[in-house]
Design a protein around this ligand. Structure first.
Ligand code: FAD
Length: 402
């Protein structure tokens, strides 16, 4: 099918947003039998501009049935280093370091690659096409009002998937959830710095008041270049000081970065809330950042979102085949993705809430305690147990999580 504007377009599954998650949901819907799958994307180029630190592990590729990421992987690292405010350091191998450590992507190439995989399954794409509102009939979402280069038209679908990212409007139009609280938003700022002198074999994380309520990251993109950025809790922003001010201060204090040159800048938000009660309504499923499945501790959303998107695509194909797209049928999507992801999301949300209360001295004690441990697992539980050995008073308030 080659969708044309003018009048009305009909499809079986309509995906709003050609980020990696929307493309993956579309890919698995088509792969599992949905014939007429359309993705609309408001930007003119998939993946650009990049709003990401581009850190991922590669441990989830097999689950996503991806053989090779080719040029989308820019750099690989051995593991991660964590720094406390006074300079205690802890090194973690990549096999322990979770879903955001292992490789650094070229996000624009990666996103396009995810679109190519979907296109190979027969998915259609319309660029520069913006969803303006959902169309509801008898309370059920049956499509969207869309606009392509000034032309307004309707797209009707048996099932709509909202994959429109952190600022999702589809979720709100569909009445699925409310706006976020400032304490559940990380506000981020990043430079891609070139000509820097640092250890490019690890990703680096700085904790404490360098980024209140969040952390500062250095994700290598080569021997002498890296994404250097930070995310801090929106509700902890101090007066007129912006995330950029915090980052500039860090860079000024670190000679190895201060001589670097920024070749791009990224600003954006990340939701670090717990998973919402529901991500579905009649005729509509939400997926990826639009469904708030970003890891609340790391702020990484690619791995979780793609795992969830595979399930969304599978359920979309089942829904189309059985001709049932009501909330009751779609609850099988809720059940499956929550079984796969929800425990860890909740646990990390609770750990994040506790971590927000820590001061620099406590971060020092934690990193100091961990630096001489030989951890064979990097779960929240393993970390807490390791800290408890040296500083039982520190984990007192986390006791219920153990
Ligand atoms: C500064 C920063 C650093 C980050 N670093 C990492 C990291 O290192 N690792 C990691 O795993 N995650 C990271 N993330 C999070 C990660 O970027 C997201 O989790 C990921 O992009 C989610 O993918 P998505 O497809 O759900 O949404 P997006 O990638 O945001 O894609 C949504 C798409 O929908 C389109 N769209 C929106 N509205 C409409 C509309 N009305 N009509 C049509 N199209 C629409 C948008 O143009 C966009 O292409 C970071 C985020 C930020 C802001």
């Amino acid at each position: 099918m080659k969708p044309k504007t003018g009048g009305k377009i009909d499809c079986d599954v309509l995906v709003i947003g050609a980020g990696p998650i929307g493309c993956t949901a579309a890919r698995f819907a088509a792969k599992n039998g949905a014939e007429n799958v359309l993705v609309i994307e408001k930007r003119q180029e998939i993946g650009s501009p990049v709003r990401c630190a581009e850190g991922v592990s590669l441990s989830w590729l097999e689950e996503l049935e991806i053989d090779d990421l080719g040029d989308a992987i820019k750099w690989k690292v051995k593991g991660a280093k964590l720094y406390s405010p006074s300079g205690h350091k802890m090194t973690i191998g990549k096999e322990l370091a979770g879903d955001e450590v292992g490789a650094v992507l070229e996000r624009d190439v990666f996103d396009k690659e995810m679109a190519v995989l979907a296109a190979k399954e027969g998915v259609d794409f319309m660029l520069k096409t913006t969803a303006k509102d959902v169309i509801k009939e008898n309370g059920e979402v049956v499509g969207v009002k869309a606009e392509n280069m000034g032309e307004k038209f309707e797209i009707r679908a048996q099932l709509v998937i909202g994959a429109d990212g952190f600022e999702s409007q589809v979720g709100r139009w569909g009445g699925v959830y409310d706006t976020l609280k400032p304490s559940d938003i990380m506000t981020c700022f990043q430079y891609r710095l070139s000509n820097i002198d640092f250890d490019p074999e690890h990703t680096h994380f700085y904790l404490g008041s360098v980024a209140p309520g969040g952390y500062l990251w250095i994700f290598p993109k080569g021997e002498d270049k890296a994404n250097v950025g930070l995310g801090l809790q929106l509700s902890r922003l101090d007066g007129n000081k912006t995330p950029k001010d915090y980052l500039d201060e860090f860079i000024e204090d670190h000679e190895e970065f201060d001589k670097g040159q920024a070749v791009d800048m990224v600003a954006g938000g990340v939701c670090v809330d717990h998973p919402p009660d529901s991500v579905i309504t009649d005729g509509l499923m939400l997926v990826g950042d639009a469904s708030r499945v970003v890891d609340p501790i790391t702020g990484g959303g690619i791995a979780n979102g793609m795992k969830q998107a595979k399930i969304a695509g599978e359920v979309a194909a089942e829904a189309v085949e059985e001709g049932k797209t009501d909330e009751e049928f779609l609850s099988r999507y809720e059940k499956r993705w929550r079984k796969r992801l929800e425990d860890k999301l909740w646990r990390n949300y609770l750990a994040k809430e506790k971590a927000m209360e820590l001061d620099d001295e406590q971060f020092d004690m934690i990193v100091d305690a961990l630096s001489d441990q030989d951890l064979d697992e990097l779960s929240t539980e393993a970390l807490l147990k390791a800290v408890a050995d040296k500083h039982p008073e520190l984990v007192e308030s986390f006791k219920d999580m153990l």
